[in-house]
Design a protein around this ligand. Structure first.
Ligand SMILES: [Zn+2]
Length: 69
């Protein structure tokens, strides 16, 4: 199982998702994603995802209510 984080700079929030969450986009990942602008980023384990959330620098950090990551 891998994890995704969604960085949304416009609303100053980062959200943690599980691999299979329906909110995770299945296409066009990566090409338009930029760490500083925001986007979707995948990680091999939860520890790395949580560390990335810390480094995202957004005010709000939350876990997805759908997949309960
Ligand atoms: Zn989710």
């Amino acid at each position: 199982m891998s994890y995704w984080i969604h960085i949304a700079r416009s609303i100053d929030r980062v959200t943690l998702h599980k691999d299979r969450c329906s909110e995770v986009p299945s296409t066009s990942i990566g090409s338009s994603s930029d760490f500083w602008e925001g986007g979707w980023f995948d990680y091999l384990d939860k520890e790395r995802a949580l560390a990335a959330m810390e480094q995202a620098g957004t005010t709000e950090q939350r876990r997805c209510p759908l997949c309960k990551a």
